[in-house]
Structures are given as structure tokens and as C-alpha cells.
Design a protein around this ligand. Structure first.
Ligand code: CDP
Ligand code: MG
Length: 834
């Protein structure tokens, strides 16, 4: 059996070395334009490099002519009728008043920090101002502006908008580039791209040759990629003295960024928001006469049970803010308020989002206030849905002719989203129930009233238990301000904060940066492939560094899956994983799928895991939906295999033109399945591009129907996400090494099983709500775990055995670790036959 493991090991090493002949040289030497590594990371030369310093006189002459041409084109458009109209609009934006100051600051300094409220014209105008002034100065042909966006969707829509403002189609002077998609022409001078794309470009072009301006947008969000990019750019600036860096932020924490860049100048664009009258809980209780009672709060969460769970979870968390909220409440003085309000405040439960209170506020606005849309900030899909249901059964708010209640959430279809922006017919009152997505990324123009529950679901990362958590937490002062500002865009507005002012006062100023609240594995691979030195040392230079423990966890994880060796250097596998733009575990699954010739089903699994679950669980039809899903399971105890079957069924149904009916019947989302379809193609393309699969081979192949092999490859990717299964009389106990006992979501095909005839489950994701829950899982046998769980490549075997022995001992199966008696036949045959 040890021979077997060695077989798997050498098989993988061989395969990867063969496939990566072209990759081998690059982590140690400089990148050359001709290597194929270049094409795979830049996607067919989306960035061409220009070294303007070294142009010949003839070339310079040519560029000047081109620049003059561009200037003519620009003025022709600006003088046209449509161009005039566009200019009028652009002049009305607040950023226009600062145009000269902005351009001057940019020309005099290498780094400038710009802040201004959402909608003032940072993203669409600033790169354009720079381009226009360069074109006017006859430097249009040599100017190259990159503007990064944290989200794909904004890179695409903003590029489209800017092209329209310049009277052009996308791909002329304005283009965009997101993962595996983009439009750019030879003359593109402004490129909107995701932050990830710019990071990938740095991989092959470390000094951003030819780029004249880099705009990093939405830095106030403190996304992980943006913080990472800032460290890299900070190192680059001295080497590229003529490169300009412009940081753009919505809210006013400009000082932080300015001091990171040695006191770079800040320019603020004053907004034109109308005044917003602010009501905190104490005033709301006075205005509405609403009475909080302890019972009400239990009702608020619909079910007593779930409310209790939430409460326990929050208590357990004992975060600083939770205790300071309690302190603030104790110290607060409500003497000026009526005794009724004071009694109510004493019953206020900081852990609950008061549905009944929201209802009272909405009724108050509908009955007593002027017309205008209402925007309600909730924490997530669940409470948006429950609130919607509650409101729809209300005698006043439930009248569909007078009141239009619209949910707004990132994962809803774009056709549904559009409704949110339309003005309702015949003067109905529009109430939009949104997540914090409506804070900065979208703007609803007719909003006059904002109701703010004060919370947002935030992914956080519990480094101690190495578990991501998803909990509603108090927002920051900056977010509260941002939410309030949404009421004053078109006329004076009103904002109702559903918490006392004293609680607002103890909110933190800004949200924790993502770097400090998410797992860092992909980031660590990026640091290594960019040859930025020691991971810990590099991250210690961030604006706000992540906890040492979470850095250590990430490095540990990468060692366990075989991406880093003991010296923290990339292994061959690690090199491949760093280049595939997916999480390391998904990348590993793809590579194993390619090696073991079962790529087709694995493409479906990986695409499914990187979009979202196509299985829908409508709030009121959960049981029906769950049983529809279990039909795809065929007793094989795997959500991932169920996904493959559902997808295959959909493909067949699509061929028979019954795709929609199929989805309807089986509670599947056609949009998600379509997204999976296109992602599958993208991943397949990527694998071909990296040389991991041969151009000629279709993803579908011989092992396609071998379920156990697919299971094994899933295990290879998801390990060490593993829990042991102990079947009891009528129930199952599941345990992981870090968390002890864990639970399954009821939507999992394994969630309702009373017996699972396998000793292990591998899982993609665990989430800590109150206890730890596993989302998707696949049952695997001992032999699969022994052969596919863990390290591969260099020095793999010993470490692998030691580690597995650790696991098996922990789960009290020491005999397995030493004897391997249960190695299953199918795997022996499989590997010996290769
Ligand atoms: O980046 P910032 O939030 O400061 O503003 P922006 O995205 O540049 O948008 C400036 C203005 O352009 C907005 O207030 C909208 O009126 C308009 N805009 C638009 O009409 N369509 C878009 N896709 C984007 C912006
Ligand atoms: Mg913007």
C-alpha cells in the first residue's frame, strides 16, 4: 500500500513536471515576453508594453501624429450636439469643480489621495480628465491609464459609461479587462480592470512598463486585493519615478492612505448631498409611539429558537463592540424622553433586528410623511425575505396597489434588480429592502427615506479555530454615515437609525480591513509567485497587517496541501495553483481532474463551487426543494455528485428545449446553471492555456462514469476539509479535528441521513453560526482518504503518512494509519493499471 501512495505521488510529480516544462524557469528567473507563461497570465497580450524613453525619432514622429489625430477626434465629438449634451451633464457633477485642482495635484505629485461621496464623479470622470488633458497636450498616444475596480461588474459598466461619455464604442480609447473577459483595442488609453487583473499583470511585468497612471478605486472598502496591491505599488514607485498613482475613496479616511504614502496630498471633492434629518431609536420611539417589549423581540425573529441561537452566538462572540454597546447603554441618559420611551428603551435588545419596529417606522412614513421611496438596510437574504413576508401581511403595507415592496440582494437576477431603479406607477410607495450592497455600489435615485438596522453580515475569520464566520455585526460609523447619505441625493431626506445615539457613538470608525478578516491562502501563493520574499515579512508592511496567527494558518494549509515546501517555497503544484485564478483547493481539484482523466465532471464541481449553489431553497418550500435535490443523490452521499447529475440533466433538457421546465420542477436556478456552463468553459480554457491539458483532448473522457474516481479527486481538492462519521443507532455524529462536533445544513443531501456508510466526509466550506455547519459534503472511503488526502510532490510521502497518522489517531483509528488494511480494490486497480 505504501507503494501505491508512492505511485500516486510520482504520477503527479511526473505529470506536473512534464506539463510545466514551460513554467519551470519563471519563478527563479525573470519573465521573458516570449515564454508561454506570459500569455497565460496576461490573456492574449491585453497589455502591450511601450518603453517611450527608447523610441527612435521616426517612432516619436509617428506617435506625435497619432496624438494629434486623437486630439482632432476628441474635439469633433465635443463639438457635436450629443457631445455638447454629455459635456453639460459632466459639468454638473461635483468633481468638475475640482478638475483643475485635481489635475494639478496629479501633475505635481507621484501619489494623490482623492475622496468624495459616491456619485460625485470619481470613477467615471477622473481618469477621463487625465486622458483629456494628455490628449490636449498632444501626449494622447503615449498615455496609458489603468483604473482598478474591486468588482467585475463595476469594471464593465463603468468602462461602458466612460466610452459613451466619449462618444465611442468600447474598445476604442476605453476598454475593460476582467478575468477571462475583456474588450480592448490598439488605441485603448484607459483600461478599467479588476484589481486581480492588475496583480496578474505584475507577475509578468514587474515595473508596469509603459503605464503612465494607475488609479486604485474604492480603497475605502479595504479589500484584500487592494491592500495587497498598495504594498506592491509602494515598492514600485521609487523604481518608476514617472508613474502616477491616484487613490480614490468614497468616505473620508484619506489620512490613513496619505500617511501610508509618506504624506501624499489629499484632495476632497465636496459633495452636493441635501441635508438629512437623523432620528435615532429614542426619537423614533417618540415619533411612532412604538412600544418595545421583550415578547416583541422574540417575535421579531419569527421563531423563538432561531432568535435564541442568534443571541447566544452574539454573546459568545463577546467582541469589544458588543460589550461597549452594553456599557454605553448603561451610561446613557434618556431623562429628556417620555417615560413610555424610557420603558421601551429598557427593553431594547441589541442582538435583534426589530421587525416590528421596522414595520412601525414604515407605517409612520407611509401615513405621515411626504411621497418618496424608502430604502431599508437589512443584513442578508434571510431577514430580507422574512421581513418582506411580514410586511406583505400588514393591512397598510401589504396593499400591493399603494405599496411596492422590493428585495435587493447581490444574487438576484438582473431583471429583478432593474425594478428597483424604476419609479413606481400611479404614485405607489416604493420600499426597497437591501443589504449593504446599496451603500456604495448601487444608487437608487428617488430614495428620500432610509431605515438603517445598524448591522451587516460580515465574513470574519476566527484565526484561533481557523474557521470563517458569518455573523451580523454592528456596522462602522463610516457605513452608518454612508447609509444616511443615501437619503439626501435628490432632495432633503430623513434617516431612521434603529439604535440609540449612544450606541452609534461606540461604533468603530471604519470596518476591519478584509486582510484582517479572511483566510489568506491565495494571497500567500501570490506573494510567493511574485517573488516578494518572506510571506510574513511582506504582509507586515501592509497598511494594517493581518494577525500573525492567520498568516501562520495559511502557510500551514499550503504546506498540508503540498503547495509550499518546508522552506515556504512554492512546489511545482504550488506554482500551478498560484497561476490558476481560483482558490488553491479548486485549482488542485482541476489539476487532479486533468491527471486522472475525469475533468468533465470535475469542471462542473469546480464551477459550481466558485459561483454559488444552483439548488434553490425558497423560504416557504424548503422541504419540497430538499427532496427534489435528494433525487439527484442516488444514495451516493455526495452533494458534489448530485450537482454533477443535476447539471448533466439540465444539459440534456436544454438540448430538448425543456431546460426551463426542468429547472422549475427541480428547484434549480437556470441563471446559476448557465453561469456554471460558461465558467466550465473558462476553466477548461485556462487549463489548456497553462498546458495542463492538451489542446486536442475534450474534457469528457474515459473515466467519466467512474464515480469513485470523481470522489477521490474531490477529496484531493478538499482535504484537509474532512470530518469523521460515526453512525449511531438512529443518528450520526460528525467531528472535525479543530471544532469537535459539527452539523450539516439540512439542504445537504447528507443532512437528513440517519446512516452514512462511509467513514469520512470531505467538505468545501464550514461556517460558524452558532455551532459549526458544513455546507456541501462528499462521503469518502478510507482508501480514498489515504491515497488522495494530503501532500503530493516533493518529500510528500513521509509527511503525508505522518499527517494522516495524526488524523487517524485523533479519530481513534490508529490501526488504519499503520496497516492500511482497508485500501479498497477499485483504487488499487485504477492506479496499477495506469
Ligand atoms: O465614482 P463615483 O461614485 O464618485 O461616481 P461615478 O461612478 O463616477 O458616477 C458619477 C455620475 O455618473 C453618477 O452620479 C451618475 O449620475 C453617472 N453615471 C451614470 O449615469 N451611469 C453609470 N454607469 C455610472 C455613472
Ligand atoms: Mg466610483
Amino acid at each position: 500500500p505504501i507503494g501505491l501512495q508512492r505511485e500516486v505521488d510520482s504520477l503527479l510529480t511526473d505529470y506536473l513536471s512534464r506539463k510545466s516544462a514551460n513554467l519551470k524557469s519563471f519563478p527563479n528567473t525573470t519573465f521573458s515576453r516570449s515564454s508561454s507563461a506570459d500569455s497565460l497570465t496576461t490573456d492574449e497580450g491585453f497589455f502591450e508594453q511601450q518603453d517611450t524613453q527608447n523610441f527612435s525619432p521616426i517612432m516619436r514622429e509617428k506617435l506625435l501624429r497619432r496624438s494629434l489625430q486623437l486630439r482632432n477626434q476628441q474635439s469633433t465629438w465635443q463639438e457635436s450636439l450629443d457631445g455638447q449634451k454629455m459635456i453639460e451633464f459632466r459639468k454638473s457633477l461635483p468633481s468638475y469643480k475640482e478638475k483643475e485642482a485635481l489635475l494639478q495635484a496629479i501633475s505635481l505629485n507621484q501619489v494623490v489621495v482623492i475622496s468624495g461621496e459616491t456619485g460625485c464623479g470619481k470613477t467615471t470622470q477622473l481618469p477621463q480628465y487625465v486622458l483629456e488633458s494628455e490628449i490636449d497636450a498632444a501626449r494622447g498616444a503615449t498615455c496609458s491609464i489603468i483604473c482598478t475596480q474591486p468588482r467585475r461588474i463595476s469594471a464593465m459598466t463603468v468602462a461602458e459609461r466612460v466610452a459613451a461619455e466619449r462618444g465611442e464604442k468600447l474598445g476604442e480609447s476605453v476598454g475593460y479587462k476582467v478575468r477571462l473577459e475583456g474588450i480592448k483595442g490598439r488605441d485603448t488609453r484607459i483600461l478599467f480592470c479588476t484589481t486581480g487583473i492588475l496583480l496578474r499583470r505584475l507577475l509578468v511585468d514587474r515595473s508596469l512598463k509603459g503605464v503612465t497612471h494607475v488609479f486604485v478605486d474604492e480603497i475605502h472598502e479595504r479589500g484584500m486585493n487592494e491592500d495587497f496591491l498598495l504594498i506592491v505599488l509602494k515598492d514600485l514607485l521609487p523604481r518608476r519615478p514617472e508613474l502616477k498613482l491616484i487613490l480614490m475613496s468614497a468616505t473620508l479616511n484619506a489620512e490613513l492612505f496619505s500617511s501610508y504614502f509618506a504624506g501624499a496630498p489629499m484632495v476632497h471633492i465636496p459633495g452636493f448631498t441635501y441635508p438629512v434629518r437623523t432620528h435615532f431609536l429614542e426619537n423614533i420611539l417618540e415619533i411612532t409611539g412604538h412600544r418595545l417589549t421583550p415578547y416583541n423581540q422574540i417575535d421579531d425573529y419569527g421563531q423563538e429558537k432561531s432568535w435564541k441561537m442568534q443571541k447566544q452566538a452574539l454573546r459568545k462572540r463577546k467582541s469589544q463592540i458588543a460589550s461597549s454597546v452594553e456599557e454605553a447603554l448603561e451610561a446613557a441618559d434618556f431623562r429628556d424622553y417620555s417615560s413610555r420611551t424610557r420603558e421601551s428603551l429598557a427593553c431594547w435588545n441589541p442582538d435583534s433586528i426589530g421587525f416590528n419596529l421596522i414595520e412601525s417606522v414604515l407605517v409612520h412614513i407611509c401615513q405621515k410623511e411626504r411621497p418618496g421611496a424608502i430604502l431599508v438596510f437589512m443584513t442578508g437574504w434571510d431577514d430580507i425575505n422574512s421581513l418582506k413576508e411580514q410586511l406583505q401581511s400588514h393591512p397598510i403595507l401589504g396593499d400591493p396597489i399603494k405599496v411596492l415592496i422590493l428585495p435587493c440582494h447581490g444574487s438576484m437576477a438582473s431583471s429583478e434588480q432593474r425594478l428597483i431603479f424604476d419609479k413606481p406607477e400611479n404614485g405607489a410607495r416604493k420600499i426597497v429592502l437591501a443589504t449593504n450592497m446599496a451603500e456604495t455600489s448601487i444608487t437608487i435615485n428617488d430614495v428620500i427615506f432610509v431605515v438603517d438596522c445598524g448591522k451587516a453580515k460580515e465574513t470574519s475569520y476566527d484565526a484561533l479555530n481557523n474557521t470563517p464566520c458569518l455573523l451580523p455585526t454592528w456596522i462602522s460609523k463610516a457605513s452608518a454615515r454612508q447609509r444616511r447619505g443615501r437619503a439626501g441625493r435628490v432632495q432633503p431626506g430623513e434617516c431612521y437609525h434603529l439604535y440609540p445615539r449612544c450606541v452609534y457613538e461606540v461604533f468603530s470608525d471604519y470596518q476591519l480591513p478584509e486582510l484582517q478578516r479572511t483566510p489568506l491562502q491565495s494571497l500567500c501563493l501570490q506573494i510567493k509567485i511574485l517573488r516578494l520574499g518572506s510571506i510574513s515579512e511582506f504582509l507586515s508592511r501592509a497598511l494594517q497587517s493581518p494577525e500573525a496567527l492567520s498568516v501562520q494558518n495559511a502557510i500551514e494549509y499550503l504546506k498540508v496541501i503540498g503547495a509550499l515546501d518546508e522552506e515556504e517555497e512554492l512546489t511545482i503544484l504550488g506554482r500551478h495553483l498560484a497561476i490558476l485564478p481560483v482558490e488553491p483547493k479548486l485549482g488542485k481539484m482541476l489539476i487532479f481532474g486533468a491527471i486522472f482523466k475525469c475533468l468533465d465532471p470535475i469542471l462542473t464541481v469546480v464551477a459550481g463551487l466558485s459561483v454559488r449553489d444552483p439548488f434553490l431553497t425558497p423560504f416557504d418550500k424548503r422541504d419540497l426543494a430538499d427532496s427534489a435535490k435528494s433525487q439527484f443523490s442516488c444514495q451516493d452521499y455526495s452533494d458534489h455528485l448530485a450537482l454533477i447529475r443535476a447539471y448533466e440533466g439540465w444539459k440534456d433538457a436544454e438540448k430538448a428545449r425543456t431546460g426551463y421546465e426542468y429547472c422549475w420542477k427541480n428547484f434549480l436556478s437556470p441563471q446559476t446553471l448557465k453561469a456554471i456552463y460558461s465558467l466550465r468553459n473558462q476553466f477548461h480554457f485556462l487549463l489548456k492555456d497553462t498546458g495542463l491539458v492538451d489542446e486536442s483532448i475534450a474534457p469528457c473522457n474515459i473515466w467519466y462514469r467512474d464515480e469513485n474516481l470523481v470522489r477521490a479527486v474531490i477529496c484531493a481538492g478538499l482535504f484537509p476539509g474532512i470530518c469523521s462519521v460515526v453512525n449511531k443507532e438512529r443518528s450520526i455524529t460528525l467531528k472535525t479535528m479543530e471544532d469537535g462536533q459539527v452539523m450539516l445544513y439540512s439542504s445537504s443531501v447528507n443532512g437528513k441521513e440517519t446512516k452514512i456508510p462511509y467513514p469520512w466526509l470531505v467538505f468545501n466550506e464550514k461556517v460558524k453560526v452558532n455551532s459549526v455547519f458544513l455546507r456541501d459534503s462528499t462521503a469518502v472511503s478510507d482508501s480514498i482518504l489515504l491515497l488522495f488526502g494530503g501532500k503530493i510532490c516533493r518529500g510528500g510521502l513521509d509527511g503525508h503518512l505522518k499527517m494522516l497518522a495524526g488524523y487517524l489517531e485523533f479519530f481513534m483509528k490508529p490501526e488504519l494509519a499503520y496497516t492500511y488494511v482497508t485500501l479498497k480494490k477499485e483504487l488499487e486497480e485504477l492506479i496499477l493499471n495506469k
